[in-house]
Design a protein around this ligand. Structure first.
Ligand code: NAD
Length: 454
């Protein structure tokens, strides 16, 4: 596999791709390894994960440079991601033993009852490139602590990073027959679905997630899908500081070039503050430094995938044809890398693709609303259900809006945020199942119920 730098469009590394025969052998190896691994205590397994966390933090400068070279993520944001992902390790340290322990429910009378949480076995983890540490850790670290073996397929746009995970997991004491990273693109991902794993954990697009669900359904094993979003933000007229609201909204939309599953993808603004909000947001977006992702001052690097440039161009032209006004940006930058100008479209409506289809780029559509009821209807006019946010000074008003959102996560006066303490889950086309929290720990085990008579 040739690895290209999205900032230059040049190949700078090559990796050996895996084939179906090798996959088959690896599954056999992992099956054996998992048996031994599952017999260790949670504490022993956790020790390896804690060492892994330390090693990653000790080497984060080098690892950030690798992630930036293959994804184009600005170096400062690569460093932020690696530092931030440690909160998953800390969450496991504080919670894994508690949630994986046997539960004794009845220890009196003639029949005692308890639940034992057993690992699923060998799981397949097909992952995405946009936050490889966060979305990777959410699955493979939690799976390993619970006693599973993992076949990890990183995205073809984050393969070097995937190989680093393997290297440091081995250095941290995870046996080589318990975690294997395989290199390949969607074709390898598809081949992996033909093998009999004990669970499939996928992070990626709705289109791929749906294909995976259809393929693995007959196997009747756990399937978890963390998919895309079209996440709305509603800014009400009572925000105490319109400029600050605009700065925060812009960060939610443009951080990581808008390539976050929970990026703000569309904004509804009360008509009373609409003009002031738009002016402040455009000013903020125009202040972003776009350029070489290895420069620590850069906020917007190239897109990771060249093909997304055409998607964004199409969303802009579609919106303009249907009456939107372009406030800034709108074009592919004329250079070798995959750069798209940060783009703000206003006076948008729901006939436009930019308000309905995932953009996954540095582009935002803004629509004026007259009432909370109108905002709620528009926020809910989507096939996705990942997150929804409201900026308002009024907590009751926020709760009334957020309670009506059919999404896995809701935000009051914040956005584009994930915490290991609470579940991360999507509804409708945004996915199935939860990672993180106690539920994300239990996602990798199956309960066995014991009825015991002495
Ligand atoms: P993608 O669906 O193109 O690819 C994801 C993974 O699936 C890659 O490893 C790819 O090689 C593999 N794949 C592709 N075709 C396959 C097939 N037919 N069978 C099996 N595997 C296959 O997605 P992407 O571009 O890597 O990621 C971007 C998407 O991921 C966005 O939609 C984003 O919102 C979503 N995402 C969601 C979350 C979340 O937590 N909900 C987190 C990150 C990204």
């Amino acid at each position: 596999m040739k690895i290209k730098n999205p900032a230059t469009n040049k190949v700078f590394a090559e990796l050996e791709e895996c084939n179906l025969q090798e996959l088959d052998n690896q599954l056999v190896v992992l099956r054996k390894g998992q048996k031994k691994w599952s017999q260790l205590t949670v504490e022993n397994r956790l020790d390896c994960i804690l060492k892994f966390g330390d090693l990653i933090q000790q080497n984060k400068e080098e690892l950030a440079a690798i992630m930036t070279s293959e994804t184009g993520k600005p170096l400062q944001q690569s460093l932020n991601e690696i530092t931030g992902a440690q909160n998953r390790v800390d969450h496991l340290k504080a919670n894994a033993e508690k949630w994986l322990a046997d539960e004794i429910l009845v220890d009196f009378g003639p029949t005692h009852e308890k639940i034992v949480y057993e690992p699923l076995g060998v799981i397949a983890n097909i992952s995405a490139w946009n936050f490889p540490y966060n979305v990777g850790y959410n699955v493979f670290l939690y799976a390993l602590v619970a006693g599973n073996a993992v076949l990890y397929k990183p995205s073809e746009y984050a393969s070097l990073t995937g190989k680093q995970f393997e290297k440091y997991l081995y250095q941290a004491g995870i046996p080589k027959d318990v975690f294997i990273c395989v290199i390949g693109d969607g074709t390898l991902g598809q081949q992996l679905l033909e093998l009999d794993f004990d669970g499939y954990f996928f992070t990626g697009s709705y289109a791929t997630g749906q294909k995976i669900a259809k393929t693995v359904a007959p196997k009747l094993v756990p399937l978890q899908l963390e998919l895309g979003g079209k996440d709305p933000l509603f800014v009400t007229e009572d925000v105490p500081d319109v400029q600050l609201a605009a700065v925060n909204a812009a960060e939610g939309a443009f951080y990581n070039n808008g390539q976050s599953c929970c990026a703000v993808e569309r904004i509804y603004v009360s008509e009373i503050i609409y003009e002031a909000f738009v002016d402040a947001l455009v000013k903020e977006v125009n202040s972003y430094v776009q350029g070489d992702p290895t420069n620590l001052k850069t906020f917007l690097g190239p897109l990771t995938r060249e093909s997304q440039l055409a998607v964004l161009e199409n969303q802009v032209s579609d919106a303009l044809e249907k009456g939107a006004v372009l406030k800034t940006g709108g074009k592919v930058v004329d250079c070798d890398g995959y750069y798209f100008q940060p783009t703000v479209l206003v006076d948008c409506n729901h006939d436009m693709k930019v308000m309905k289809e995932e953009s996954f780029g540095p582009i935002i559509g803004i629509q004026k609303v007259k009432s909370d009821a109108e905002a709620i209807a528009l926020m809910q006019d989507t096939e996705y259900g990942l997150t929804a946010a409201i900026f308002t000074a009024n907590e009751n008003r926020a709760m009334q809006v957020l309670q009506q959102m059919n999404t896995g996560t809701v935000y009051w006066n914040c956005c584009d945020r994930v915490s290991p303490n609470i579940p991360w889950s999507g509804r409708n086309n945004s996915g199935l199942g939860s990672t993180l929290s106690s539920q994300g720990i239990r996602a990798f085990v199956q309960p066995k119920s014991y009825h015991l008579r002495a």
